[in-house]
Design a protein around this ligand. Structure first.
Ligand code: CTP
Ligand code: MG
Length: 184
């Protein structure tokens, strides 16, 4: 019962998790280099980067596309009773492309908003900012998808808790696989 509830929360946020992971993976694999352009075009605000070199068009665009692909697979799987059972999103009535787009855009924009504030308070690109670094994308994801996915409060809380646990774990795995330069 509990396991099903946790699985449901995880499955709901999965497009956002994949969107959030994809910029690091595309960077490591060296793909789509022509899109590796800073979103802020290297511009500064009061002598500090607007967003910093860690936020690129590649990450933003591919992150959204990855979330849309994930949502398309979820929509397909929704046809199977086992997957319908763990799906928060009712793909019979919710447009999967819209859900995927909002999931990806929410995740990546949440991450960008965090970077913007991080630069304003003077923390350099890539330096850790605990909790904010972990929850930025999930806040954006929740905000953007809330009105079409309509998750209940326990599910929302579960997503935040799962993210706080999973995020450091995936970072450490990414670091061990040399996908990430730092372990946080
Ligand atoms: N990334 C990207 N474009 C994005 C988000 C992330 O290219 N919109 C890539 C960058 O290579 C970045 C890496 O994914 O270095 C890790 O992302 P993240 O931890 O969010 O960025 P940081 O480099 O830590 O920068 P910040 O301090 O602004 O969070
Ligand atoms: Mg970071």
């Amino acid at each position: 019962m509990y396991l099903l509830f946790i699985l449901k929360a995880f499955y709901f946020a999965l497009p956002a998790y994949l969107a959030n992971m994809s910029p690091v993976i595309f960077d490591k694999l060296g793909l789509f280099k022509f899109l590796k352009i800073p979103i802020d075009f290297g511009k500064k605000l009061h002598n500090k980067p607007i967003l910093g070199k860690g936020k690129t068009w590649r990450g933003l665009i591919l992150g959204i596309l990855v979330a849309m692909a994930a949502a398309e697979i979820q929509k397909y799987l929704f046809g199977y009773a086992q997957f319908e059972q763990i799906s928060v999103v009712n793909f019979a009535s919710v447009n999967y492309a819209l859900f995927g787009f909002l999931a990806g855009a929410g995740a990546l924009l949440g991450d960008m908003v965090k970077s913007f504030i991080k630069r304003r308070v003077g923390i350099a690109s890539g330096r850790p900012w605990p909790v904010f670094d972990q929850l930025d994308f999930i806040c954006g994801f929740m905000l953007f998808t809330y009105f079409i996915a309509k998750p209940d409060i326990p599910t929302i809380i579960a997503v935040f808790v799962i993210t706080l646990i999973l995020h450091p774990l995936t970072n450490i795995i990414g670091y061990a696989l040399k996908f990430k330069k730092v372990w946080w």
